[in-house]
Write a protein that binds this ligand. Sequence first.
Ligand code: NAD
Length: 517
Amino acid sequence: MGEFAFSRSNLPKQLIINNEYVESRNSKKLTVHNPKDGSVVADDVPLAGEQDVDEAVAAAEKAFPAWKKTPPALRRNMIMKFADLIEKHGKELAELTRITLGAPYGSFGAFENQLCAETLRYNAGWCDKFGGESYPQEDGFLKIVRYEPLGVTAGIIPWNAPIGNVGLKAGPALATGNCFILKPSEKTPFAGLALLPLIKEAGFPPGVFQVLTGDGSTGALLASHMRIRKVSFTGSIPTGKRIQEMASKSNLKRVTLELGGKSPAVVFDDCNLDNAVTWCVNAITGHSGQVCFAASRVYVQEGVYDKFIEKYKTMFAERTKAVGDPDNESTILGPLADDSQFDRVSGFINRANEQKSGTMIIGGSRIGEKGYYIQPTIFTDVAIDSEIHTQEIFGPVAVVRTFKTEEEVMKISNDTEFGLMAGVFTQDINRGLRVASEFESGMVGVNCMSMMFNQAPFGGNKQSGVGRESGIAALKAFTDAKCSSGFERGGGAGGLDDYLMVSTREADGDFHLGFVT
Ligand code: NAD
């Protein structure tokens, strides 16, 4: 397979192992649907089984020694080229995603493509700058710290950003000299499977970058594999916990977990109201609310509450008009990703109404008769212990409460097991910074919300995650630090291997632990 020639009428349906398209050895297949009308897109997508996983791991292990020693500038060039190719084929990749995810190109596909390309470039730039440390020998020992790649690594990713996650996971894995196996979500397999021509054109050697589609069973094979040294996972909290358990029960592989959220936006009386409303609306309706760091809880101070709600509701009504066929260029919001997502989101809405958990002031209904379209929905006056207030819905459903004092709102904001994102809207810089430091979350926006940056760590506190993506944190998380120390008064014929580890007390009374011949 040379040229990139995939489209909705020519779907990629083979695994990528050792720079070849190969048939899965597992007879089970995945079925995927188009959420805009529920039609079957394909019922013969490979579901990688044990043999497929073992073959990919063996190919990666074989590739690793040479890949690890590839000069950083060459690795950089390959990752840069791959980024260019992702950009060049962005529209085709977005279409391959859209037909099973339902996200419009203009409001999501283009963004996701750019996220992937820019994240790859950011990480590529580190290849020849990712240094170590050294500590001087005042105590008699020179210490050299290097950050070494782990070997075979895997990325298990969700359906809501199938190409964006390639940048976030393959970028730092490959830049630091690891081999990488991507496991796309069973709901969005095609963009990942389409990557082989780009992987080859970028120049990655066989076994360095492979793609295995499958469901949770494939993910479990990777997470429990004895020869995989790291899994970087993005998805739900229950799956993240299973992955950490499998990692510890197998080979203690390193695990990074990017999990769910129920992120609070706190709007104070003195905010710039239009700014606050715009961010709060965009950060829950964007991508039909299927975003981990969506502004799903909104707390508004009582002095500005009525004005806020009026504008917030008006903007939700505008967004509702922008829901439509994702293949139509003017559409901003598509359907939810599939029937189970639809049932999940509408289940939360229906139960909230039945149990009178809050007042539904807009939305709540299905749009149209086919496909999984839902109206953006607001509940006000939500009960503090209701499930719509405490659980991640992962759809365009916001819950709103009013508050009197900063103390009160910080307590409510932090009274949760989630800790991914938070936002504060105020014109008081002191309060903005104080509240930002008090939020128990991995990320905070001041007069903005739900942003991510290549340079800065991305991830969650508490049960929203373990570890961080983006920035140098992501690169370090794909390495282990190694400390080599040398004894300055050593000598003899050999290197450090010829020394024994002993502790000594020098004539000056100093205590030394180190290598002597
Ligand atoms: P999910 O946990 O159901 O699936 C994620 C991935 O894990 C898929 O590839 C799936 O096949 C795989 N998987 C499922 N069971 C597995 C198992 N037992 N072992 C190994 N792998 C398994 O999540 P989802 O529904 O695809 O995504 C939605 C969730 O992802 C939401 O909770 C959302 O908040 C979260 N998310 C988090 C971030 C973040 O960066 N923090 C970003 C996007 C999405």
